[in-house]
Write a protein that binds this ligand. Structure first.
Ligand SMILES: CN[C@H]1CN(c2cccc(OC)c2)S(=O)(=O)c2sc(S(N)(=O)=O)cc21
Ligand SMILES: [Zn+2]
Length: 260
């Protein structure tokens, strides 16, 4: 099973022991410095075609809460922006902090948000399976959306109201008819760069597209994420799921880009 986590012994600073790519040349997340982002005239707008998406389940995988989609055809895709073809929506999940402190993975000029939503898509045009795409340099496209603490988010309730059903690692339940379009901010201005999965296996296979505008959610809703446990129901050690974020990694020879 997974022998990594977010604790002192098994957390991000230890991941390189089992996953040496942790010290690679295109690791994620990064600290986004807006003034250093290079305008790129070849970057067009991104298009999210989620209208026919089919959510299937919501689950606690011991690292986050994940909503899985039917990715057997191109019914829900992201395209445009830095992408050469449509990428299929496979799942989305969140990263968050402890009470009132940071929690996002990407930071903006050194400042973190309370949480970060990742919508994970894969290049089904070039690769036959998700697993093949997840190890290819242009295999995945992850859309990152910051969550800022403030007023209640009307639609996030659809998710936070069912978290009690997936409290323990390994639990899952039906979650049909959810369209993540309701979790998007009003405008899709973005930064983009070549990076990696932010958890093991840390594959350097992700084209990151991070939206500039956060969505606003309440502290109460953020608190609902913290009823989740890293641990399974049978384990006697209760481990509240929080601070499941990797800190920013060196940019190295990469250039952060933005649309003109
Ligand atoms: C545990 N979390 C990861 C699980 N994954 C995974 C699943 C199957 C195979 C595989 O590598 C062969 C990776 S994943 O691709 O769904 C993602 S995306 C992602 S993030 N935070 O960068 O958006 C983390 C993980
Ligand atoms: Zn993630």
């Amino acid at each position: 099973g997974d022998h990594w986590g977010y604790g002192k012994e098994d957390g991000p600073s230890a991941w390189h022991r089992h996953y040496p790519v942790a010290k690679g040349s295109r690791q994620s997340p990064i600290d986004i410095i807006p003034d250093e982002a290079r305008r790129d005239s070849s970057l067009g707008p991104i298009f999210l075609k989620y209208d026919r998406c089919t959510s299937l389940s919501i689950a606690n995988n011991g690292h986050s809460v994940v909503v899985e989609f039917d990715d057997s055809d191109d019914r829900s895709v992201i395209q445009g922006g830095p992408l050469d073809n449509p990428y299929r929506l496979k799942q989305f999940h969140f990263h968050w902090g402890g009470k009132g402190c940071e929690g996002s993975e990407h930071t903006v000029a050194g400042v973190g948000y309370a949480s970060e939503l990742h919508l994970v898509h894969w290049n089904a045009v070039k690769y036959t399976t998700y697993e093949d795409a997840a190890t290819a340099p242009d295999g995945l496209a992850v859309l990152g959306i910051f969550l800022e603490q403030g007023d209640d988010h009307r639609w996030l309730h659809t998710i936070t109201d069912v978290l009690y059903m997936v409290k323990f690692k390994g639990s899952a339940t039906n979650f049909k008819g959810f369209n993540p379009k309701c979790l998007l901010p009003s405008n899709l201005h973005y930064w983009t760069y070549l990076g990696s999965l932010t958890t093991p296996p840390l594959h350097e296979s992700v084209i990151w597209i991070v939206l500039k505008e956060p969505i606003v959610v309440s502290e109460k809703q953020l608190g609902m994420f913290r009823i989740l446990q890293f641990s399974g129901e049978e384990e006697d050690q209760r481990m509240r799921m929080e601070n499941n974020f990797r800190p920013p990694q060196p940019l190295k020879e990469r250039i952060l880009k933005k649309r003109c």
